[in-house]
Structure formats: structure tokens, C-alpha cells
Design a protein around this ligand. Structure first.
Ligand code: UD1
Ligand code: CA
Length: 450
């Protein structure tokens, strides 16, 4: 069955107390909305429609960043979830398949859960709703089950005391075939406690037609929605716990899991060791047997096998570390390829550069890549030896097997195998230090007398 996903993201999210639309608040390095988009991608949705309202320009830009084929439709007034889905009607005209409704603020719905819902459709249910069980549901819509099947969804505000006792709640995720869904939505009225068009009414409307409906149950954590900054922090913690567990299940050692922070897309291979207090921003791949030492901050980087990073290393976007490379303490690497077995071990900045295989970059080396307007490239050859505290004023190339003397300011290319010395020469003056100091001492004593 072909699938389409409609993601509701028009609400203001007042309780976030933010100028940023709620669905754009980041979770594990990507906006919450993106997590719903990833879920749509994972079930191979043929169309993804995002219903935007508050902050729609920002929401559109973010949606396109994560899925350039996503379609945005506008809901200018937030008249309820049924009205929201109705905005996707035209965008889905001609689509012949099942529509899944997700929320942009409910980031933990997995493709496996949607697959279970698809199974219920295959088994004959016309409308499938995702529910979850909570001991003390307050504001959630309740799933009314009759003779083992879903019979209605009642919003908390409209529920009888008896219905209030029901623990099975509506997550908001719903699935129905396109034509039926929009037919039923046309029948929804706003005759209820909130004066809104409730999407949830499609269940009783389907039942009135004699169609069968079904519920699928997930955990309360899977169904978790984010309405406030506190809930966002809880969601982040939940994401991190899952990411840590999955890294370990896939063969990585985390010395202190609680102190390692992943992004939504971090890839960690087998036999990788991650020490304490390591933060992964988006876009990181760590291959087999690499070792990330404590207090490293890594984003947009590719770390190959057997590489050692840190402690206290910073890898920024475009850092590409080949097999067995070493990047040590207080080293920053940005947009630079570090060759196989090359070493940048101490206190360096390597930006917009390529470092050849087995090169050794001495302590305190800086690529001077920026002239205030443009960035320039530095190339270091294979097996080159860069002396400590070398300034490499880009654009510049130091050849294979070349050497720079420590403290050099390299402004011109160095050919393969050459030695470059570019520093002031030292002159030692006999006894001058003592003379200078006694002069200063006398001057200070004279000042005190006055
Ligand atoms: C909704 C469900 C409720 C369920 C709960 C789960 C209805 C009528 N109620 O209630 O059964 O238990 O979610 O969290 O569906 N939105 C729009 N446009 C609108 C209204 C909402 O885009 O006009 C979006 C919101 O931004 C939000 C989502 O839809 O992401 C849910 O809306 P919300 O107002 O939070 O619904 P609830 O009242 O919580
Ligand atoms: Ca809500």
C-alpha cells in the first residue's frame, strides 16, 4: 500500500515561551519536526505534507532542509486537528493510498509502530489509531473500545466521568485511506467543548458507516509530545538514553554512558571506545576501533578506523581523519583531511588544509587560513615534519618529506624534501640581562624616594 504522511505543525506552542515555533526546537541536533520527517522517510512515504501556521516561513525552510520534496500547506487559523488535516486535501488529490497523520511535536514515533498500524489496515480496519496506556491520563483523548475494537475517541473535555476512567489514550497518530479520510473530515463539526474540528471524530463517523476501526498500542514514551521546555529536556534525555543503548548494542564501549551525547545521525562502529564527556554534533561517523578520548567535541566529522581523538579535541565540519591518524589535546580541525597515520597531537589549529600520510605536525602549529575576507588552503605533503609553533600562512604548500624549523612563519611554498627556516635568528649579548635589571631596579628605587 502506498503511503502519505501529514505532519501537523501549525500550533503556536505557547508553553515553550519562545519566538521559535515549537516544532523547530532541536532534539538531538535536529528540529523536532525533522524527527517526524525521518519517520515518514523510513516508511517510504510517497508524499510528505506539512501543515504549517505559526512561523510558517521558518517551518518551511527547516522542512525543506531535511526533505526537499516535502510539501508545505498553510493553516491560517488553528481551528483544530481535523481542520488542520483538511488543509492537506488538495495536496493529496489524486493520491491513492493510506494517509498517516503525525504531529511535529511528537518525535518518538517509529517506523515499526507505523508498520503495526499498516498491519491492522491489511487485517481490515478502515481507520487505525495509535494509543498508549497511562495510569492517570488528564487531557488526552480517550480510546473507547467496544467488543474488542475501537468505537470512538472522546476528548477529555467532552468525556463522561465514566469515560474519564479509561486509561488508553490517543497519541494523535491516525491512519486511514485518503478518500475515506477526507470524506469523514467533511462530516466533522465543531459542536464540542472546545469549538474545534476534532480529527478524532473520524472514528465515530466511520463506525456510523458500519466501518471497523482498530487501535494499536505503543508506550507512553513513544507517544510523548513536547509542550514545554521541561518536556523538551525529558525528551532529550529519552533520546540520549536510546542512542547510548543502541551504540553499546552495536559494539561500542561507553565508559560513562550518561556523559556521552549523540546527535540524531551519529554513526558509531564496532569496538569504538568513547570516554567520558564526549559530545557529538550532527554529521559524525566513527569507524571501527577508533578511540575518542574524554572531553572531545565533534561535529560534521568522519573518523576512520584506529584513529585516536582527544582528550580535549575539537573536530568541526569537514574534518576527515584517515586510518590511524591521531588528533590530540587542544587541537581544532576544520574542513581538513588528515592523512593515514598523520599526527597532530598538541595545541594546533588546522583549518582548510590537507595533511599527507604519516606527516607530523608539531605542537602549536597554526594554519593561518583567513585573511579577513577569504579562506585559503594549506597543503602538507606525506611524511612532512612541521616544527613546533610553525605558522603556515595560506595559501601555501609544504612538500612531501619537507621540514620546517620550529617557530617558522611559512609564507612561501616549500618543495619536496626541503628544509625551511623562517624565523628571527638569535643573538646572545654577554651580561646584558644583569645590566638591564640593575638599571630598572635603580629607576624604581628613585621613584619611591620622591
Ligand atoms: C490532541 C488530540 C487528543 C490526543 C492529543 C495527544 C484531537 C481533537 N485531540 O489533543 O485526542 O490525546 O492530541 O497529544 O485531535 N494542530 C494544528 N492545527 C490545529 C490544531 C492542532 O496544526 O488547528 C497541531 C498542533 O500544533 C499539535 C497537534 O496538532 O502539534 C495537536 O494539537 P493540540 O492542540 O496539542 O491537541 P490536543 O488538544 O493536545
Ligand atoms: Ca498537545
Amino acid at each position: 500500500m502506498t503511503k502519505a504522511v501529514v505532519i501537523l505543525a501549525a500550533g503556536k506552542g505557547t508553553r515553550m515561551q519562545s519566538d521559535l515555533p515549537k516544532v523547530l526546537h532541536p532534539l538531538a541536533g535536529a528540529p523536532m519536526l525533522a524527527h517526524s520527517i525521518f519517520c515518514a522517510q523510513a516508511i517510504n512515504a510517497q508524499k510528505t505534507i506539512i501543515v504549517a501556521g505559526h512561523g510558517s516561513d521558518q517551518v518551511t525552510a527547516a522542512a525543506k532542509k531535511y526533505d526537499e520534496d516535502a510539501q508545505i500547506v498553510l493553516q491560517t487559523a488553528q481551528n483544530g486537528t481535523g481542520h488542520a488535516v483538511d488543509q492537506a486535501r488538495d495536496a493529496l488529490s489524486g493520491f491513492d493510498g493510506d494517509v498517516y497523520v503525525l504531529y511535529g511535536d511528537t518525535p518518538f514515533i517509529t517506523p515499526e509502530i507505523l508498520d503495526q498500524m499498516a498491519q491492522k489496515r491489511t487485517d481490515g480496519a478502515s481507520v487505525v489509531v495509535l494509543g498508549f496506556d497511562v495510569p492517570a491520563p488528564s487531557n488526552y483523548g480517550r480510546l473507547v473500545i467496544k467488543d474488542g475494537a475501537l468505537d470512538a475517541i472522546v476528548e477529555a473535555k467532552d468525556a463522561t466521568p465514566e469515560q474519564q476512567e479509561i486509561r488508553l489514550c490517543n497519541s494523535g497518530v491516525i491512519c486511514a485511506p485518503r478518500d475515506l479520510l477526507f470524506d469523514l473530515i467533511s462530516e466533522i463539526t465543531n459542536d464540542n467543548a472546545s469549538g474545534e474540528y476534532y480529527l478524532t471524530d473520524v472514528v465515530s463517523l466511520a463506525r456510523a458507516r458500519g466501518l471497523s476501526c482498530a487501535a494499536v498500542e505503543c508506550t507512553a514514551q513513544d507517544a510523548m509530545g513536547v509542550n514545554s521546555r521541561r518536556e523538551l529536556a525529558i525528551a532529550e534525555a529519552h533520546f540520549q538514553d536510546k542512542a547510548r543503548a543502541s551504540a553499546m548494542d552495536n559494539g561500542a564501549t561507553l565508559l560513562d554512558p550518561k556523559t556521552v551525547w549523540f546527535s540524531y545521525d551519529t554513526h558509531v562502529g564496532r569496538d569504538v571506545v568513547i570516554e567520558q564527556n564526549v559530545v557529538f554534533g550532527p554529521g559524525v561517523t566513527v569507524e571501527t576501533d577508533a578511540h575518542i578520548r574524554a572531553f572531545s567535541h565533534i561535529e560534521g566529522a568522519h573518523i576512520s578506523q584506529h584513529v585516536v581523538v582527544g582528550p580535549y579535541a575539537r573536530l568541526r565540519p569537514g574534518a576527515e581523519l584517515a586510518d590511524g591518524a591521531r588528533v590530540g589535546n587542544f587541537v581544532e580541525i576544520k574542513n581538513a583531511a588528515i592523512g593515514e597515520g598523520a599526527k597532530v597531537n598538541h595545541l594546533s589549529y588546522i583549518g582548510d588544509a590537507s595533511i599527507g600520510d604519516a606527516a607530523n605536525i608539531g605542537a602549536g602549529t597554526i594554519t593561518c587560513n583567513y585573511d579577513g575576507y577569504f579562506k585559503h588552503h594549506t597543503e602538507i605533503g606525506a611524511r612532512a615534519f612541521i616544527g613546533s609553533n610553525t605558522m603556515l600562512v595560506a595559501p601555501v604548500r609544504v612538500g612531501d618529506d619537507a621540514l620546517t624549523g620550529s617557530g617558522s612563519v611559512i609564507t612561501r611554498d616549500v618543495a619536496d624534501g626541503d628544509l625551511a627556516l623562517a624565523r628571527a635568528t638569535q643573538a646572545n649579548k654577554t651580561g646584558l640581562a644583569l645590566k638591564l635589571m640593575s638599571k630598572l631596579k635603580a629607576a624604581k628605587a628613585a621613584l619611591k624616594k620622591d
